[in-house]
Ligand binder design. Structure first.
Ligand SMILES: Nc1ncnc2c1ncn2[C@@H]1O[C@H](COP(=O)(O)OP(=O)(O)OP(=O)(O)O)[C@@H](O)[C@H]1O
Ligand SMILES: [Mg+2]
Length: 268
């Protein structure tokens, strides 16, 4: 009798597999307004993947669907994380499993400082309801130092009056503290000056040195940030579908020829 193959253990399965994902806004009427129209991509442990595409191609929608945002509805397809089907899992449980999402437009949370926000988020991630303030403070002292940040930053209210660069540093600080297995970073590099791009690239490198197995999906329009951070794999998203996957040369092609060259290829 032939043995049936055992299901892959979480460590053997790919980190993230998105298969034929269809997504609509949660308030769309049936069959209307599909944003992702069958997107497929996979991210391996320890790899940096760039997801590139023009405005409105569905990059942020993909990030939101990945984290289980209630604003979007997955109508078909699958998301697997470390071998587990998480397509229908609520957002807090995805975060608890180690998926981190850095938002393109982070929310201001008046009255909640960086330290307390992280303490709450970490309690969910680690499943320890009363995480000690001291422990979180120690972790923060270590990471603010590594990321070249002022310690007092952690007493400030979340994103309130943060400069563009501070928002980016805070995003990377959160990523470092949350110890994720997968980080999805949605970067509009428009509006980010060259220093902010460097902060993100340097921060990512620092966090990767502490967590070599961390997989990263970096969302961007332009090649600019990739000059500071060479991706292992580049995916091109056009009109809700991943139309091409390749090496860093794809990012160079975007820079030289724009997204039109991929569009023509799809049409041909
Ligand atoms: N909640 C929503 N309701 C209705 N339409 C939406 C919603 N979210 C996104 N869209 C539409 O879906 C398309 C894709 O949006 P998305 O924000 O994913 O694009 P993007 O690739 O991230 O663009 P950008 O590069 O400008 O950030 C856009 O046309 C947008 O207007
Ligand atoms: Mg976007």
């Amino acid at each position: 009798m032939a043995d049936s193959p055992a299901p892959p253990s979480p460590l053997e399965a790919p980190l993230l597999e998105i298969t034929d994902l269809h997504v609509t806004p949660a308030d769309a009427t049936a069959g209307d307004g599909e944003i992702l129209k069958g997107a497929t991509l996979a991210v391996e442990r320890g790899a940096v993947h760039a997801l590139m595409g023009p405005n409105g191609s569905g990059k942020s929608t993909l990030a939101n669907a990945l984290l289980g945002s209630p604003d979007y509805c997955i109508t078909a397809g699958k998301i697997r994380f470390q071998g587990e089907d998480i397509t229908a899992l609520p957002a807090d449980q995805r975060a608890a499993r180690g998926i981190f999402l850095g938002f393109q437009h982070p929310e201001e949370i008046p009255g909640v400082n960086v330290l307390n926000f992280l303490r709450q988020a970490l309690a969910v991630r680690k499943g320890i309801p009363d995480l000690s303030v001291l422990e979180v403070r120690m972790g923060l002292m270590d990471w603010t130092k590594r990321l070249g940040m002022d310690d007092r930053f952690t007493e400030r209210y979340l994103n309130e009056g943060f400069s563009g660069g501070e928002k980016k540093r805070n995003e990377i600080l959160q990523m470092a503290m949350m110890e994720p297995d997968l980080a999805v970073l949605d970067e509009t590099d428009s509006g980010l000056d060259i220093d902010a791009l460097r902060i993100v690239a340097h921060g990512i490198a620092e966090v990767r040195s502490a967590r070599p197995d961390l997989g990263i999906l970096l969302i961007t329009h332009y090649q600019r940030i990739l000059e500071h951070l060479t991706p292992d794999v580049v995916h091109i998203l056009l009109d809700g579908r991943v139309v091409e996957t390749g090496g860093p040369e794809l990012a160079e092609r975007v820079e030289a020829e724009g997204f039109d060259s991929f569009r023509k290829e799809v049409a041909a």
